[in-house]
Design a protein around this ligand. Structure first.
Ligand code: PMT
Length: 404
């Protein structure tokens, strides 16, 4: 259930109230579930708990001031509003609830609330008499009408000595309510490791053996997995592409480095997708100095690189293993052979003899094969193909491993 919070971006607004101490625990629980948390504190909140505490727990600087040029330069309020998947105000004081209901934007939190398209939620915390006040209830009614989720409050003994409704929910319950705000994706709770791009095998300090892979296909697959709710580790060869949001990227150069990075990442993973065009061979010796142009011919002795996807498929704790095949002839025959020989669960075949798809192109077309079936993915943009492929992979995952 809490797996739904993986990769989610939560802005936690903290207002002035004794329950602010529970926000510290809430941040820890949200982060444990894989969410990223940015904290916004009102001036009153800082009387109850320090920004330093919440900064240490969230791992991010705490935002306190709308008119602080330094803070705005780092992550401005509009950027923060766009960044969030969920804005939760916890504790939400009666004053803050009134300002949110009226659309007053007189501090960072209330401004951000108006500027975001994220899901909105509040966890009220106040004295039971204030909670019962008709004006407070009218404000809450307005917020609810606009789709704002109201978490709690609970009833019980209050800090002021009263007993009644108005206690903020405990952190564990608030984290569950946050998770409820998000749908379950096809890969929610799954960890996916992906290789992408080419590898470079050094000949000497200035030359290498490589291929035409741009990494576009693998990066699109990484994005599609994030969209489906997965936690993604992307092991990338040398490419010039920006890292997709919410993806953990590990940059490598050679096949041996790629294998080492994959082995570090893949323990406990649910899915391994090998889109990388890994060099099958590397020079037996890497010259220490630039090789001089002395003879008319030059012979290089090459040795086999380790096969990364086969190594993963041979693990006792193997994840679901998906390979790619770039072929120029007898595409399906060669791909079927690789499916069996490399002990893959699925293979996506690329006809790279076609100039309109495959290497470097923005488009691709795949025939996806597995033991009991196949599916043709007609030519489309790489992000579209990636989403379709992820759908096929999700259908083949053993249901028992689901972690939501
Ligand atoms: O990066 P782009 O420009 O977007 O292009 C996409 C692509 C054409 C590179 C990609 O879609 C693709 O087809 N990737 C696989 C290319 C390839 O090298 O295939 P292969 O037939 O040589 O290898 C078969 C499988 O074994 C692949 O999953 C490959 O990652 C894996 N392999 C190969 C060799 C090796 N030493 N280790 C491996 O893991």
């Amino acid at each position: 259930m809490l797996a739904r919070l993986a990769n989610k971006r939560i802005v936690l607004g903290v207002t002035g109230g004794i329950a602010a101490y529970k926000s510290a625990e809430l941040i820890r629980r949200l982060r444990d579930a894989g969410a990223e948390v940015q904290v916004v504190m009102t001036a009153a909140a800082q009387h109850f708990i320090t920004p330093l505490t919440l900064q240490a727990l969230s791992g991010n600087p705490v935002h306190t001031d709308l008119l602080d040029p330094a803070a705005e330069a780092a992550m401005g309020h509009i950027e923060l509003a766009r960044w969030a998947d969920l804005v939760l105000v916890a504790p939400a004081s009666a004053d803050c609830i009134a300002r949110l209901a009226q659309g007053i934007a007189n501090d960072l939190l209330t401004t951000l609330w108006l500027a975001t398209r994220a899901r909105l939620a509040i966890a009220p915390a106040m004295n039971q008499q204030m909670w019962a006040a008709p004006s407070l209830q009218a404000n809450l009614g307005q917020l609810r009408q606009r789709g704002v989720a109201v978490f709690g409050p609970a009833a019980g003994a209050q800090a002021c000595g009263d007993v009644g409704e108005g206690r903020m929910l405990e952190a564990v319950e608030l984290a569950d309510r946050c998770a409820d705000q998000f749908d379950t994706g096809a890969l929610t709770g799954r960890h996916v490791v992906i290789t992408a791009g080419p590898t470079r095998e050094a000949i000497d300090p200035v030359r290498y053996i490589s291929n035409h892979s741009s990494g576009k296909m693998g990066f699109a697959v990484a994005e599609a997995c994030v969209e489906a709710g997965a936690r993604v580790t992307l092991v990338a060869g040398p490419v010039s592409l920006p890292t997709p949001g919410r993806v953990t990227r590990v940059d490598v150069t050679s096949a041996q480095e790629m294998l080492a990075a994959v082995e570090r990442a893949v323990a406990g993973a649910d899915i391994f997708i090998a889109t990388a065009a890994v060099a099958d061979y590397r020079p037996a010796q890497v010259a220490g100095q630039k090789i001089k142009k002395l003879a008319d011919t030059l012979s290089l002795e090459l040795v086999r690189n380790p096969d990364i996807v086969s190594t993963v498929a041979a693990r006792p704790d193997r994840p679901l293993v998906v390979g790619f095949a770039a072929e120029t002839e007898k595409v399906l025959d060669h791909a079927r052979d690789k499916l069996a020989r490399k002990r893959l669960d699925m293979i996506a075949c690329n006809d790279v003899a076609r100039s309109d798809i495959g290497f470097r192109s923005d488009d691709n077309a795949l025939t996806v094969l597995w033991k009991e079936g196949e599916c043709v993915l007609e030519k489309a943009s790489k992000p579209t193909i990636a989403r379709q492929l992820v759908g096929l992979i999700a259908e083949r995952l053993p249901a028992s491993g689901r972690k939501d």
